[in-house]
Design a binder for this molecule. Structure first.
Ligand SMILES: CC(C)(COP(=O)(O)OP(=O)(O)OC[C@H]1O[C@@H](n2cnc3c(N)ncnc32)[C@H](O)[C@@H]1OP(=O)(O)O)[C@@H](O)C(=O)NCCC(=O)NCCS
Length: 141
């Protein structure tokens, strides 16, 4: 199979969003629309990635950092293309870009009940941080 990785560009947004929407375990919202994703990509150039097979987008992951920690979001591979190493390639692409920028740790958030996703992350060396709890405050109200 001829699969290529390239940095996620705004032109990839519509097909990446369609992939995320048909992928189990994704938490999507208004922040995944084109404009906020464009802002995210501008703030984090070259860190996010897509995989293409025969010219079609079959995998994507968003990655950024705040100068202190890296963050991974929405890593997904199209069902027909799973189990061929693409998920690992996407994640390693992102981690390599973070390392190049001097980051020493990358976080991600996943749903507690996403057993397969959690097993994937553990397999790739991510430690679950049972001692930590994510807290959020909505700034729109
Ligand atoms: C998780 C996901 C991205 C993996 O993509 P993939 O292309 O099938 O993964 P790969 O083929 O690159 O697998 C990489 C390694 O992880 C292992 N792996 C893959 N899925 C796994 C799982 N569910 N549990 C344990 N290990 C897993 C593979 O055996 C492989 O091991 P190796 O490189 O040591 O041989 C894909 O299954 C997916 O899109 N799932 C739905 C979305 C999701 O849950 N995303 C993560 C949480 S946000």
């Amino acid at each position: 199979m001829s699969t290529v990785l390239h940095p996620f560009e705004l032109r990839d947004h519509a097909t990446a969003l369609a992939l995320w929407q048909r992928t189990e375990g994704m938490g999507l919202g208004t922040w995944d629309e084109a404009e906020p994703i464009g802002c995210f990509l501008e703030r984090n150039p070259g860190l996010s990635v897509v995989a293409e097979a025969h010219g079609r987008l079959v995998g994507a992951a968003l990655c950024g950092h705040d100068g202190r920690r890296g963050f991974l979001y929405h890593a997904a591979v199209d069902r027909d293309f799973r189990g061929q190493g693409l998920g690992r390639l996407l994640v390693e692409f992102c981690l390599d870009r973070l390392r190049e920028r001097g980051l020493t740790r990358c976080h991600l958030v996943t749903y507690q009940d996403n057993a397969e996703g959690r097993a994937f992350w553990r397999h790739l060396g991510f430690r679950e941080r049972g001692e930590l709890l994510i807290c959020s405050h909505d700034l729109t109200a």
